[in-house]
Design a protein around this ligand. Structure first.
Ligand SMILES: [Zn+2]
Length: 248
């Protein structure tokens, strides 16, 4: 009954043993994995992977820093590909803003606005990357008509967390929650009905320095159940239910 709403199974870290990684996930009880594309090439691979494995769904996206240097035609081509394949994926992501290096913020916002238009048109849930741009992402999404928002690995302060929760949006809790006070506090404050789980595999491993994989999503569920004082199977049930509400 476990769900991993955000992983990157197309990354080279999984090139050698993806069959095994999926098998590990199935054995651990994972029933849904969303593999997220970050650019045109990755989107093509995400569709292939989703087609190959029953438990994997694709989300197609354009990572904010990946599209900064694209020529207009390239960007349009990537967007057209997404539109053309709209029946083969379940969400748009990974998309958003990344202001870590305060890089070309205005351009990033213009690109994100274009993506928001696309999401409104395709009526899909959106999986948002908002590193160091949490407030800006929230503002832009609030000005849109998008209702189904998943904030992936959301690192904004608790005021923004509350604001997003009040909007009816969801947070996907990464496996690094086991050593992250921020995510522990987030889980404490937010209703379990707004929570999902993710690995961001191969990143954000619960064991520092190791490759992350979808089976580890069990770690997030365990920690959430401790914080919420529920047993693990109840926690799994609620999170699966949250998943189904968004994606069905
Ligand atoms: Zn990611």
């Amino acid at each position: 009954m476990l769900v991993d709403v955000h992983a990157h199974l197309d990354f080279k870290e999984f090139e050698e043993d993806l069959d095994k990684v999926i098998e590990n996930a199935e054995k651990a009880g994972v029933s849904h994995i969303i593999t997220s594309g970050v650019n045109h090439e990755a989107n093509k691979k995400a569709l292939e992977i989703a087609k190959k494995y029953k438990i994997v769904h694709a989300s197609l996206g354009l990572y904010p820093l990946d599209i900064l240097d694209l020529a207009k035609e390239e960007l349009n081509k990537a967007i057209e590909f997404i539109e053309k394949n709209k029946n083969k994926f379940i969400a748009i992501g990974e998309v958003g803003l990344d202001f870590v290096s305060r890089e070309r913020e205005k351009e990033q916002k213009e690109n994100f606005l274009g993506i928001i238009d696309l999401v409104e048109k395709l009526k899909k849930p959106i999986l948002v990357h908002s590193r160091k741009a949490e407030k800006e992402c929230i503002e832009m999404l609030e000005s849109s008509r998008i209702k189904k928002v998943i904030l992936h690995c959301f690192s904004g302060g608790m005021k923004l967390v509350k604001q997003a929760e009040d909007n009816g949006w969801n947070f996907s809790v990464p496996t690094n929650i086991i050593y992250s006070n921020h995510f522990q506090t987030l889980v404490e404050r937010v209703s379990i009905n707004s929570l999902l789980t993710e690995t961001d595999a191969p990143f954000l491993s619960p064991i520092k320095g190791e490759r992350n994989e979808p089976k580890n999503v069990a770690v997030s569920v365990k920690k959430i159940s401790e914080i919420k004082k529920l047993n693990e199977s109840e926690t799994q049930k609620v999170i699966l239910n949250n998943f189904q509400k968004i994606f069905q």
